[in-house]
Design a protein around this ligand. Structure first.
Ligand code: SER
Length: 383
């Protein structure tokens, strides 16, 4: 099943269960100066969870493009970390709660062909302020997930939110797919929550029950709600039977193109694999950031865009691409995703121009740096 089909199936599944197909938000959040980017599907709905605004429907579903700056350095180092990704979500604002969220997560996982025998889940194990989520454990057990595949984790792993300094949050329960022991670290304690690539978290169900204030204190929300997020790239890896998100149809053509431009074997070495993954990942991020109105600059969002463009170019230069290439990869992103995102197709020229210009500027800087270094080395040799 290709990623476009998964995206459509997800939305249709939840529309059939009474959800409104919501309009995804821009990567540049409207009216929320506390955060740089949209990094979760629920973000645009914060006022609905808090009860300060009325939602158009009490059940909404979206495919939300997200950007997470904290994962920039992990791109290319793991099989699963991305800066730009799509999160498929279903949201309940004081409507259904845990039972339906769990039921539908299992039902849709089955529909997508995910082998239940390889599904593990995590639940919130409790801490000094929030009790352990025994109800979630019971729901999973009743639905046939064996106790030994239910892992209770702490606040760092299984309590989600808020986005930004304050806002809605709550204990969560995550679905993981076991990619197989051969993929993992082999450690005796390897299980969901381990840093290795064996257990891939593909769906996070957040039981939104609290509002966090500036001091980190939790106040109960008037009505328990639901916020779920399934990573499209990750679920595509699972359904397409590959180990890394970079082997899915969302990335593979970009990686092949990068290898062609560099004239390298895409599996040639670990450094090449990492470079090609980084180039493809950052091409997607750059294309979508420009689509949403970000321009390269030295601060804020523009700086993040500049940084990913430069990281991608650096990697391309390192594997021998002499001519500017990133705008071409971005144009390919537009080709691959323009059907799902008409605004991306409409921004094609702008994306190519902004990325092309930034790459040329950076290559000039690199060139000047190299000349200065050459000159210094020559002087040192001659002295
Ligand atoms: N907000 C949660 C997350 O980002 C679930 O959608 O993981």
């Amino acid at each position: 099943m290709n990623a476009a089909d998964i995206r459509t199936r997800f939305i249709e599944f939840f529309v059939a269960r009474g959800h409104l197909a919501g309009e995804p938000a821009s990567l540049v959040p409207a009216g929320d100066p506390s955060v740089l980017f949209t990094s979760a599907g629920m973000q645009q709905y914060k006022p609905y969870y808090l009860g300060v605004d009325t939602p158009p429907a009490t059940r909404i579903t979206t495919a939300q493009r997200c950007f997470r700056t904290n994962d920039i350095e992990n791109v290319g180092r793991t099989a699963r970390h991305l800066t730009f990704f799509e999160m498929l979500g279903n949201f309940s604002f004081g409507d259904y709660f845990k039972t339906e969220a769990v039921d539908w997560a299992l039902e849709l996982s089955d529909e997508l062909g995910i082998d239940r025998g390889r599904v593990w889940v995590t639940t919130f194990g409790g801490d000094e302020t929030v009790p352990p989520d025994d109800e979630a454990v019971r729901l999973w057990v009743e639905r046939g997930i064996p106790e030994e595949r239910i892992i209770r984790l702490g606040r760092k792993d299984n309590f989600w939110g808020p986005v930004g300094p304050t806002g809605p949050c709550g204990p969560c329960s995550e679905l993981y797919f076991d990619m197989g022991p051969e993929v993992g670290c082999g450690g005796p304690d390897c299980a969901p929550g381990c840093d290795c690539d064996r257990f891939l978290e593909y769906w996070n169900l957040v039981f939104v029950q609290y509002e966090m204030n500036e001091e980190g204190a939790l106040a109960p929300l008037p009505r328990p709600s639901i916020d779920t997020g399934m990573g499209l790239e990750r679920i595509a890896a699972v359904t397409q039977g590959v180990v890394t998100v970079f082997e899915t149809d969302l990335f593979a053509p970009l990686i092949a193109r990068g290898a062609e431009l560099a004239g390298v074997d895409p599996q040639g070495s670990a450094a090449i694999v990492r470079a090609l993954q980084t180039m493809a990942e950052h091409a997607r991020g750059a294309a979508f950031l420009v689509m949403d109105g970000v321009v390269p600059s030295n601060e804020g969002r523009g700086y993040v865009l500049r940084r990913i463009i430069r990281r991608a170019v650096q990697q391309g230069v390192a594997i021998g691409i002499e001519e500017p290439f990133l705008a071409r990869l971005c144009a390919q992103v537009v080709e691959m995703m323009g059907d799902a995102y008409p605004a991306l197709a409409a921004s094609r020229d702008e994306i190519v121009a902004a990325v092309g210009e930034e790459e040329s500027r950076f290559r000039r800087t690199l060139q000047q740096g190299m000349s200065i270094l050459d000159e210094a080395l020559r002087r040192a040799r001659d002295s």
